[in-house]
Design a protein around this ligand. Structure first.
Ligand SMILES: [Zn+2]
Length: 67
């Protein structure tokens, strides 16, 4: 799948590939809840390059590009 974020089409910075697999990861910080920093335990979107497996992290989910 191809994606765009911030109005720009995404390309892998390593291999210039433009197809990614989307997944989610928790931005988990040990002890964050204890200190009341619940905002730190948010989910981030990751896009894994289908060619070289480079991972790009996004706080806002990139849109899927349909063509
Ligand atoms: Zn790549």
């Amino acid at each position: 799948m191809r994606y765009h974020a911030g109005g720009a089409k995404l390309h892998c910075p390593c291999c210039q590939n433009d197809t990614f697999t989307k997944d989610y990861r928790q931005l988990n910080s040990r002890g964050a809840t204890f200190f009341g920093l619940d905002w730190a335990n948010r989910n981030a979107t990751i896009l894994v390059c289908e060619r070289c497996s480079h991972i790009a992290w996004f706080m806002q989910e990139p849109s899927e590009l349909r063509n």
